[in-house]
Design a protein around this ligand. Structure first.
Ligand code: ZN
Length: 148
């Protein structure tokens, strides 16, 4: 191999502030990252997959759910993670986009809130000790699911 770049990465293990199950849709990367920083999430274990928390709420394949759960368990084991942040967003291709809701943003938001609740319930059953938070991200901001 040829060295093409140099940097110094920290060698110490870190305590993970949150494992984040979010969608890889890049349109929401910057805004949600800024919010995570505001939440105090510095060291995160990102689990970035198409659809984000959909894999826990309504997975395309049951194995998707097991895969995500396994990633979260590894984060807990390796980095002492105590919190999981679930994310869904507007116009997500994994749900057929905003078009799947007839372009009705309110209907989409309501649906995704229910999905986040389903994902959180499932995750709590699988990992009772974990702290779960859920967020819906649209083109104008970030919405926390109340009393999750
Ligand atoms: Zn998406």
């Amino acid at each position: 191999m040829t060295k093409v770049f140099h940097f110094d990465a920290p060698r110490e293990k870190y305590q993970c502030d949150a494992a984040i199950v979010w969608c890889f849709d890049n349109r929401f990367q910057l805004g949600f990252s800024k919010y995570l920083k505001r939440l105090g999430v510095v060291n995160s274990d990102p689990i970035k997959i198409a659809g984000g928390a959909k894999s826990l709420a309504s997975p395309e394949h049951e194995t998707d759910r097991e895969f995500v759960l396994d990633q979260i368990k590894k984060s807990i084991r390796l980095h002492g993670t105590e919190r999981v942040i679930l994310m869904l967003h507007s116009d997500c291709g994994a749900y057929g986009g905003l078009a799947a809701f007839g372009g009705n943003a309110a209907a989409e938001s309501k649906h995704h809130e229910a999905e986040l609740r389903t994902a959180a319930e499932w995750l709590r059953r699988a990992l009772p000790q974990i702290n779960v938070q859920g967020y819906f991200v649209d083109f104008e901001g970030i919405w926390a699911v109340d009393a999750l």
